[in-house]
Design a protein around this ligand. Structure first.
Ligand code: ASP
Length: 589
């Protein structure tokens, strides 16, 4: 028998018992001829004491970090003063009667027993060692608990977990597909699903009325920022529901989850706040606002209607906006600090930044000479800015002003520590535009995906102004991240046809790509809707981690490579021949 107990479970109540343990050497040290080992498994660490006068425990002396040992011994209380309050097992130790080397270990590329900075590439190459570290064990176990909670919660509410195929046809979420060549049908390709979107809708047609899946999604995107080529969603879909039925279900799920799994975290508000897309962009400059702190954006077009300042005048004339935010307590920023902020704004695409510092000695800043006292008064009463604050203005197109001020707002969040890390500001953003105009390709794109239901009252705008059509799409946001998207779906073939047409799809294309959907929807499709919270991102936020790689057991690096297994890697000549594939690598360089 390898073990009677785990390393983490022994307590004073076990004193006097003979136990057998197995685990890794976390630390080893000699004290006055006696060997002390910290033996570790995923349940915890326990101290083992080996007296070299016993030959059966000699192995304790030769053991090194991360060797795998089997230990038998008697649990005893630690001598008074030698207890370790930081360790769950800190009141006891094991007096070893047998120490056996189950497997030695080479010297390690990095220490497991210290949470020291290790280069990311090294961590990923030796991911199985990185995963031994306490932080990673905690994250992966939290992830398991989150997924289990979801499964239990939804199963109790009549949801059925159904797997959908990985080898499928393109199911569009706006990214590039990963293709898999078919050996049996030369020249044909499966697409790996960007999400189970179509399949979950077909499950509604099949009558499964409440479906979910912990689904892997694969999107061949440029790996900007914190993205992975494959990631995991809680994919869910419900029939005979309206928007609020879906939102209430998901809100209930995460509210209960936080209560049970994250008692140290607080929800900003219950019920969660709801903003329309328009309100979110107007007040925070983004559709994924971090609501843990204020610093809202204000539109000053009315206040500056009579401005003499040419730059502002021109922006107003060209249909742009003048917006500001107030950075609390930053009136004493130096010239250099303001210059750095200006550079930051330019990087966001803004033409410039104007500032007004409300100092005790009066108003200063680059905008001071252009702003009349009554304008300044009006800004103060609109924004609540006070002496000591710095007002930051962007005058530009609405899109640029919003993007820039939203980025500034987050910069100040981090700089001034305005957001409580233990606060979870869940919120809903609703009423998204249905379409976005793609300037590059001169065509309309679906803002969410083409199966999203437009608002019924906006249907006439298909002919007049598609940019004004709102949809029944919604996002769940949390602390500045988009953590889920979803929508009520189109269940009427005539509306689906209209959407495909506006997206510029030809009839043959619609038939080839989505013929199966259109056909299915003619056999009695129930009204339905759903959404898909991103598990990686949510667990990342719950675990206070800065990126999703920290909560995925085997992630790819920023270039999409698995550094541990060294994938992607070349295929053999034989494999390529079987697939009827000839490489033409010249074209890619
Ligand atoms: N399929 C969508 C996505 O992956 C989610 C949904 O509409 O349910 O974002």
């Amino acid at each position: 028998m390898y073990r009677t107990h785990t390393c983490g479970e022994l307590r004073p109540l076990h004193v006097g018992q003979t136990v057998t343990l197995a685990g890794w050497v976390h630390r080893q040290r000699d004290h006055g001829g006696i060997t002390f080992l910290d033996l570790r498994d995923r349940y915890g660490i326990v101290q083992v004491v080996a007296d070299p006068s016993r030959p059966e425990v000699h192995a304790a002396q030769e053991a090194r970090a991360e060797w795998v040992l089997g230990v038998t011994g008697v649990v005893r209380r630690r001598p008074a003063g030698a207890e370790n309050p930081h360790l769950a097992t800190g009141e006891i130790e094991i007096e070893a009667t047998r120490v056996e080397v189950l497997n030695p270990a080479k010297p390690l590329p990095f220490l497991i027993n210290k949470d020291e900075e290790t280069e990311e590439a090294v961590r990923l190459k030796y991911r199985y060692l990185d995963l031994r570290r306490e932080r990673m064990q905690r994250n992966i176990i939290l992830r398991h608990k989150v997924v289990k909670f979801i499964r239990d919660y939804l199963s109790e509410r009549g949801f059925i977990e159904i797997e959908t195929p990985m080898l499928f046809k393109t199911t569009p979420e706006g990214a590039r597909d990963y293709l898999v060549p078919s050996r049996l049908q030369p020249g044909m390709f499966y697409a790996l699903p960007q999400s189970p979107q179509q399949l979950k809708q077909l499950l509604m047609v099949a009558g499964f009325d409440r479906y979910f899946q912990i689904a892997r999604c694969l999107r061949d995107e440029d790996l900007r920022g914190d993205r992975q080529p494959e990631f995991t969603q809680l994919d869910l879909e419900m029939s005979f529901v309206e928007r609020d039925d879906v939102l209430d279900m998901v809100e209930g799920l995460f509210t209960a989850m936080v209560k049970q799994l994250l008692p140290h975290k607080r929800l900003l508000a219950s019920p969660w706040p709801r903003l329309t897309y328009r309100q979110a962009v107007e007040r925070f400059g983004t559709d994924k606002p971090d609501l843990r702190f204020g610093m809202e954006l204000y539109t000053l077009n009315d206040i500056f209607a009579q401005t003499d300042f040419m730059v502002f005048q021109n922006v107003l004339k060209s249909g742009g906006v003048i917006k500001c935010i107030v950075a609390p307590g930053c009136a004493d920023y130096t010239r250099k600090e303001v210059d750095d902020l200006t550079t930051f704004c330019k990087e966001q695409g803004a033409k410039g930044l104007a500032t007004l510092a409300l100092t005790a000695e009066g108003v200063k800043g680059t905008a001071q000479k252009f702003i009349k006292p009554q304008e300044e008064q009006a800004i103060q009463s609109l924004t609540g800015a006070q002496t000591g604050d710095l007002v930051l203005f962007i005058a530009d197109s609405a899109a640029v002003a919003n993007k820039t001020l939203s980025a500034l707002r987050l910069l100040f969040r981090d700089r001034l520590k305005l957001a409580d890390p233990n606060l979870l500001a869940f919120a809903w953003v609703v009423d998204f535009p249905m379409f976005e105009y793609n300037e590059e390709e001169k065509k309309w794109d679906a803002a969410h995906h083409p199966f999203t239901m437009p608002k019924m009252e906006d249907l006439p705008k298909f002919e007049t102004d598609p940019s004004q059509i709102l949809s029944d799409a919604y996002d769940m946001v949390l602390n500045g991240y988009e953590t889920a998207s979803g929508s009520i779906r189109i269940h009427r073939p005539d509306i689906q046809q209209k959407v495909f047409q506006l997206l510029g799809l030809k009839d043959e294309e619609i038939q080839a790509k989505f013929g199966h959907m259109i056909e299915a929807f003619q056999y009695g499709a129930p009204p339905h809707g759903g959404m898909a919270p991103g598990i990686d991102r949510l667990v990342m936020i719950f675990a206070d981690e800065p990126n999703i790689r920290e909560v995925i057991a085997f992630p790819k690096n920023q270039a999409g490579r698995d550094l541990m297994a060294d994938a992607p890697s070349p295929a053999s000549e034989k494999q390529l021949n079987e697939l009827h594939i000839r490489l033409d690598l010249k074209k890619t360089d």
